[in-house]
Design a protein around this ligand. Structure first.
Ligand code: SIN
Ligand code: FE
Length: 289
């Protein structure tokens, strides 16, 4: 398989120029990788990088756009320090996305920022929640009707440990592989799930297909083993971006990651024909939302 990771030599969170090729790459589901773009922690902040900071039963620490911090145990000073660190990353990640993709500015919906202090290779998880299996991101309770999920990641591991991912085949190839075995969409069931508040809004056929794809991929151990893929370790001090609803990915190992999610309406893309919504609509042969 041709590499799905495009390495870019930028070293600033506000690079002065961008490039059509980079935009085309990210919108076609490739990972943009920045080996020389660290998210820098102050010396005092290094001591915040420990799993004991996590509240029991939660996977990540998160900070929302109102600066509400969730998932941290510790005194007010520790809480304030984590808020500063995570808030600074959010600002830098958004600046980077505005600089690389100027058209997205003013159109992004900013989701919470997450700090992930847990080692992912040994985490016990059901197959459906196991992000060590190749998948595209799709969330059962939050239908998005085609809205995009753009994510900015930095590896901030202080022990030299890489964040090891597998990156799979292009979205369309994966969708073609699994589409024939998908269950039919039931508007009746979607209505029921919404009334029962299992979903926060009405699930569209698009959401149904994305969830089927997420689950079918993770469930299929042969696909996990044999599908075209590359393994890549993102070293500490590096950052990367991808549309995680489109890039087939799995996180195999690593500890201490920081991540910003941004949502983008599909019509605000440079090329909406490259979106999962456009691809699945073409393959299904009828409108999905
Ligand atoms: C994922 O989105 O599947 C996990 C990414 C990561 O934690 O490295
Ligand atoms: Fe994921």
């Amino acid at each position: 398989m041709e590499s799905r990771i495009l390495t870019l030599d930028i070293d600033s969170w506000q690079p002065p120029t961008t490039n059509e090729r980079w935009i085309e790459a990210v919108e076609s589901g490739q990972v943009l990788y920045f080996p020389r773009l660290p998210f820098v922690l102050a010396r005092d902040e290094q001591k915040l990088l420990r799993p004991e900071l996590l509240q029991k039963g939660v996977r990540n620490i998160s900070l929302d756009t109102e600066r509400r911090l969730k998932g941290v145990v510790g005194d007010p000073a520790a809480q304030a320090a984590v808020t500063d660190l995570v808030g600074r990353f959010a600002a830098q990640a958004i600046t980077l996305v505005h600089s690389l993709f100027p058209r997205y500015e003013g159109r992004l919906r900013v989701a919470p920022t997450s700090l992930r202090p847990v080692e992912v290779s040994t985490r016990a998880q059901s197959w459906r929640a196991d992000d060590r299996r190749l998948h595209v991101d799709a969330f059962p309770s939050r239908p998005n009707r085609g809205e995009r999920i753009l994510r900015v990641f930095s590896n901030i591991n202080p022990m030299g440990e890489p964040r090891v991912w597998r990156v799979g085949e292009p979205f369309e190839a994966a969708a073609r592989h699994f589409l024939p075995c998908f269950r039919r969409f039931s508007p009746l069931q979607a209505g029921l799930l919404h009334r029962l508040r299992v979903t926060k809004s009405l699930r569209s056929e698009y959401d149904h297909l994305m969830l089927q794809l997420h689950d079918a991929m993770k469930f299929d151990l042969r696909y996990q083993r044999e599908a075209p893929q590359q393994t890549f370790g993102f070293p500490p001090g590096s950052s990367w971006i991808c549309f995680s609803d489109q890039t087939v990915h799995a996180a195999m190992s690593g500890q201490h990651l920081i991540e910003q999610t941004l949502h983008l309406p599909v019509e605000s893309q440079y090329n909406r024909d490259a979106s999962p919504l456009a691809i699945l609509t073409r393959l299904a042969g009828h409108p999905l939302i």
